[in-house]
Design a protein around this ligand. Structure first.
Ligand code: DGL
Length: 266
């Protein structure tokens, strides 16, 4: 049986784990929520690189993982190159804001992007955006909004703060978008858990796009696992550097998993 490590700054990567479990039921997933160090969105490159490296090293030593999924846009934007350099023999799948799928489907060509400050300020994001703005056959306009505090509010399960922040950032996005926005990219893996609030504010006509399913398909390709190799569903192992009970509650609420989470000291 293949074993895959998955990590995020906290509970947000559960939105990716949900897609991975649906796509790869026969794979054993070890999920690490780095909640003691969340949020990553406003941390430095050095801090995020150090945390990503520590978690990856631990997953390799302890669980001998066959592949790693960086279920965090911020860690992908800031640390995936150095992780790949340090682990050339380990297949590593990252998560990037879904600008390409959004550009492929948007009819109005006006797309909003909600993500952390770290992701939006990264060179990787600038490259991706420039590629699409400059080379798309019909031009596309991205309005990008950093959402300071939103991942943290989702992490803490604070619904009032989530509502206030979603209102603030949807208004800001509307002010910035010059045209009729029909698509909004959720460029942080925490945000799918606020999707219902965002849809209420944006209206049902605005499509929300995230990357969970694409990442799950890419992980299947990387592992070389075929559908016939999928056996029974294997429950994931859940670990948190912060409060394991909070991770277990989030996994039950959002994924319907009834599993204990363990404390990870790394
Ligand atoms: N969930 C992460 C992301 O996709 C990080 C959010 C945070 O910790 O700020 O960017």
């Amino acid at each position: 049986m293949k074993t895959v490590g998955v990590f995020d700054s906290g509970v947000g990567g559960l939105s990716v784990l949900r897609a991975l479990l649906a796509e790869l039921p026969g794979v054993r997933f070890i999920y690490v929520a780095d909640s003691a160090y969340a949020p990553y969105g406003e941390r430095t490159v050095a801090e995020i690189t150090e945390r990503s490296e520590r978690i990856t090293a631990w997953l390799r030593q302890t669980h001998h993982i066959d592949a790693l999924v960086v279920a965090c846009n911020t860690a992908t934007a800031l640390a995936i190159d150095s992780l790949r350099d340090a682990h050339p023999d380990l297949p590593i799948v990252g998560v990037e804001p879904a600008l390409k799928p959004a550009a492929a489907t948007s009819r109005t060509r006006h797309i909003g992007v909600l993500a952390t400050r770290g992701t939006l300020n990264s060179k990787r994001f600038a490259r991706l955006r420039a590629q699409l703005e400059n080379t798309a056959s019909s031009p596309v306009h991205f309005a990008c909004q950093p959402c300071d505090g939103l991942a943290d509010a989702i992490e803490r399960g604070d619904l009032q703060a989530q509502q206030a922040l979603c209102e603030r950032y949807v208004h800001a996005l509307r002010d910035e978008a010059p045209g009729d926005m029909d698509t909004v990219v959720l460029g942080c893996t925490h945000y799918p858990f606020a999707a219902y609030m965002l849809t209420q504010l944006l209206g049902a006509g605005v499509a929300l796009v995230d990357t969970g399913e694409a990442v799950a398909r890419r992980t299947r390709d990387v592992l070389g696992v075929t559908a016939t190799m999928d056996a029974n569903t294997t429950p994931p192992v859940l670990l948190s550097t912060g409060d394991p009970a909070a991770l277990a509650v989030a996994a039950q609420r959002w994924l319907g998993l009834q599993i204990r989470a363990e404390k990870l000291a790394t």
